[in-house]
Design a protein around this ligand. Structure first.
Ligand code: FES
Ligand code: FES
Length: 161
């Protein structure tokens, strides 16, 4: 018989103590145990990027990581980043540029875009496409998403000057 394992982590700045079965994915843990349903599930095998979250400042596929692997980790989801305002400008640009339609890909897309912008102050359109190539969108055709990320890269650079 498999028994639940105790884990302790921080999710969006708050300490979480839980008991989880070893087979439970981080995505299911966030969605079902913590009710953080902004982390979406599409393919559930690491292809679509809908489940992208940050663990210890690195973006990961939450469907491919086990909840027990996050013991002691800092986990950030779309809810946390939205509440903190960390990428409010990016969210506004997605809205203004029509870079989302059904919105299913959007949380993962924003997590990946923010990850790119933290690494590259001025990414080329090619770099933006490359970095977001692991995030599938069935609605937009990607052009508007690349536009939104490019605009925010430029605005953030201007703000730093
Ligand atoms: S649901 Fe995790 S990559 Fe598709
Ligand atoms: S906006 Fe619908 S999947 Fe991207």
């Amino acid at each position: 018989m498999t028994v639940p394992i105790p884990i302790s982590l921080h999710v969006n700045g708050e300490r979480v103590d839980a008991h989880v079965l070893p087979r439970v994915s981080l995505a299911d843990f966030l969605r079902e145990n913590l009710h953080l349903t902004g982390t979406h599930l599409g393919c559930e095998h690491g292809v679509c990027g809908a489940c992208t979250v940050r663990v210890n400042n690195e973006i990961v596929r939450a469907c491919l990581m086990l909840a027990v692997q996050t013991n002691g980790a800092l986990v950030e989801t779309i809810e946390g980043l939205s509440d903190s305002g960390e990428f409010a400008d990016l969210q506004a640009a997605f809205r203004d540029r029509n870079a989302l339609q059904c919105g299913y890909c959007t949380p993962g897309m924003l997590m990946s875009a923010q990850d790119l912008l933290k690494q590259h102050a001025e990414p080329s359109r090619e770099q933006i496409r490359e970095h977001l190539s692991g995030n599938y969108c069935r609605c937009t055709g990607y052009q508007a998403i690349v536009d939104a990320v490019e605009i925010i890269a430029r605005l953030r650079k201007e703000r730093r000057q």
